[in-house]
Design a protein around this ligand. Structure first.
Ligand code: F6R
Length: 239
């Protein structure tokens, strides 16, 4: 694991530079993307680079990590809506090449098919991750088996509480999500994980210094051959 510690803005800039290089070398690459507060600045930087003509998403294919069960892409809190409004609608990407797991009418079998689609596309070249305060990656909550592929997950109370800031009330926060599994994530060739703020400090410590144990799902990243972690001082405060 390579650890880079700087302000959130500088981390976003450095990570954006990694994307600029990758897309320059491999314009047809496959990106695994994340939603939430963590990647927002990175997406701002990517949009700025694209507008400045320094990077193009024209031939890029994307697969997002997860989606809430029951929300379709027109729902403002759906992850499809998030991706459209924070990145896809603002860059030169071909929307037909962007994939977010389907959260409506989904079964475990349909969910697992997402892994086949990723394989058929050649596998993920660079997967972006945030981390939950409980150490989750994607929506792989503590206790998720390491060999999980894309599946339907019940969200823990802690995760629903953490995400309620985006909804009017806790009752509106979906109880389930579809998420790439830990195996799906670990199969990507390269990983960038970003974490900012004090509420991530415990999870960051478990991920980097803890035992590899599925009580902290992100700890498995210690075994990934090419994982870079970008953190600010607050997220690094318990290391
Ligand atoms: C989002 C995702 C989640 C988030 C995590 C952190 O697609 O898979 O694992 O990365 O919950 O969320 P934020 O960034 O909102 O703190």
């Amino acid at each position: 694991m390579k650890i880079i510690r700087d302000t959130q803005r500088n981390c976003a800039r450095m990570a954006a530079e990694e994307y600029r290089k990758l897309l320059g070398e491999n314009p047809h690459c496959v990106l695994g993307l994340a939603t939430g507060s963590t990647p927002e600045m990175l997406y701002e930087e990517l949009v700025a680079l694209c507008k400045a003509g320094k990077l193009s998403f024209k031939d890029v294919t994307t697969y997002n990590l997860d989606e809430y069960v029951g929300l379709d892409g027109s729902h403002p809190q759906s992850y499809r809506y998030f991706m459209d409004s924070h990145l896809f609608n603002l860059v030169d990407i071909d929307k037909t090449r962007t994939h977010v797991p389907c959260g409506v009418g989904v079964t475990d079998e349909m969910a697992a098919h997402y892994d086949d689609e990723i394989k058929q596309a050649g596998g993920v070249d660079l997967q972006l991750l945030g981390i939950g305060p409980n150490g989750h990656i994607g929506f792989n909550e503590p206790g998720t088996p390491w060999d999980a592929v894309t599946h339907i997950v019940p969200l823990t109370d802690a995760t629903r509480q953490a995400n309620k800031r985006f909804f009017n009330s806790i009752d509106e926060v979906p109880e389930k999500a579809v998420s790439m599994g830990i195996k799906t994530v670990m199969q990507s060739r390269r990983i960038i994980l970003m974490a900012f703020g004090k509420n991530k400090a415990q999870a960051v410590k478990g991920m980097i210094e803890g035992r590899i144990d599925n009580s902290v799902p992100a700890s498995i990243l210690q075994l990934h051959p090419d994982c870079t972690v970008y953190i600010d001082d607050d997220a690094a405060s318990m290391l």
